[in-house]
Design a protein around this ligand. Structure first.
Ligand code: NAD
Length: 372
């Protein structure tokens, strides 16, 4: 374990290029490798290292075991005009997500609203990406996502694993201003934050995990068991679980997301009591796209958003807080800082990438992290 090591600082562009070469050597086309690596780097830049390049060893392992299939595109299962159900064929979520958002925006442009189901997708990464993409096209979007085959979260009132980390995301466009992006897992922390903590990254908040006995812990071994500390630890191997956020309310939200993103799309809930229903990992996503022009009118909507945002921001910061932040503010601030100074990368994450490169014959070249 590397908990006391200082993080490394590394330029984002060089790391993106190294990440793309690793993914290409792992089986992606150059184009898809670049797309996936760029999305992972965006997660690092916005402070979500849980969804950044630390995922590459796991993604390559998933290609090797056939759990994710490079080169897939969405196919239409059911087209109802403003409603479309898409099949992902276990492809890369970074490719399928872009295609699903493009269809959602196109249909909402026609009808004012669209609902898009995406089933059997590989990991969709940071869901805020998809809300940002829709906001850039002028649409409000709501995304509910489940993770089939990842029963790693304990519902409120039990230490037993029954839920996935089921993220929730809302994005709101704002002309000439950055969009508002609310984006979080309904577990107290995303699973990848435990992986990054185990690789020497930031410590977890108190109560992020529970032991098999139901006691709060921050020890990543509760989630990963004997695989803790490896470059691609397996969250299915621990005896404990991730805790839900927000007690009974977060637990209820998680449950509803699971059935809308998993059962309604046909992607499947994360598992059931029947052993034959234990399926491999897949993200399911139910997304709603709205054109503000067709509701209050874009200008009137944005004027109200601005007035309300100003009102909320005018509140006095409590001790320990520099300002009252709106959804997406923190990510934007970190992105500016990290683009300027370089990405802080847990030492174990860098080692995992270099080791993967040695196995695949990919050299980091001149890319050298410096001590943070
Ligand atoms: P988090 O706990 O960091 O919460 C992020 C949200 O809280 C953002 O909207 C952010 O703007 C807001 N926020 C942060 N600090 C704030 C403050 N001080 N004041 C006001 N608002 C603040 O996020 P998380 O739960 O760790 O999730 C991390 C990422 O993991 C997300 O991008 C999520 O989409 C992703 N995820 C993906 C999957 C998947 O299966 N693909 C599963 C789970 C999570």
């Amino acid at each position: 374990m590397t908990a006391n090591e200082r993080p490394l600082l590394i330029p984002a562009a060089g790391l993106a290029a190294f990440g793309a070469r690793l993914l290409a050597a792992g089986g992606c086309s150059e184009e898809e490798a670049r797309r996936v690596a760029d999305r992972l780097i965006m997660a690092n830049l916005t402070g979500h290292d849980s969804h950044g390049v630390a995922r590459i060893p796991r993604y390559v392992g998933m290609i090797e075991s056939g759990l994710v299939v490079p080169g897939q595109h969405v196919t239409v299962v059911n087209d109802g005009g403003s409603f479309v159900l898409l099949e992902g064929g276990a492809g890369f979520g970074q490719t399928l997500g872009e295609e699903a958002v493009a269809i959602g925006c196109e249909r909402a442009r026609d009808a004012g609203i669209s609902v898009i189901g995406l089933r059997n997708s590989g990991h969709l990464g940071r869901i805020g990406d998809w809300a940002e993409e829709a906001a850039a096209a002028g649409f409000i979007s709501i995304h509910l996502v489940n993770a089939r085959g990842r029963s790693i979260v304990a519902p409120f009132g039990t230490p037993d694993r029954r839920m996935s980390t089921s993220p929730f995301c809302i994005g709101v466009p704002w002309t000439n201003q950055p969009p508002l992006i609310l984006d979080f897992a309904t577990s107290m922390v995303a699973e990848g934050k435990v992986m990054v903590a185990a690789a020497g990254g930031p410590k977890l908040p108190a109560g992020a995990l529970v032991t098999a006995e139901g006691l709060p812990t921050t020890d990543p071994a509760a989630l990963y068991g004997p695989s803790v500390g490896s470059a691609a630890p397996d969250p299915m191997l621990g005896e404990g679980a991730l805790a839900v956020f927000g007690g009974h309310k977060g637990s209820g939200l998680n449950f509803m997301i699971e059935i809308l993103a998993g059962a309604l799309t046909g992607s499947g809930v994360n598992r059931t009591l029947r052993e034959e229903d234990v399926k491999p990992f897949a993200n399911g996503m139910l997304s709603i796209y709205l054109d503000p022009e067709r509701f209050a009118g874009r200008a009137a909507f944005e004027a109200q958003v601005k007035d309300y945002a100003d009102y909320v921001r005018s509140a006095r910061p409590a001790p320990g807080h520099a300002a009252v932040l709106l959804p997406g503010d923190k990510e934007r601030g970190l992105k500016a800082e990290r683009e300027r100074d370089g990405l802080p990368l847990a030492a174990g994450t860098w080692r995992g990438l270099v080791e993967l490169g040695q196995r695949l014959g990919v050299d980091p070249g001149d890319l050298r992290p410096r001590s943070g």
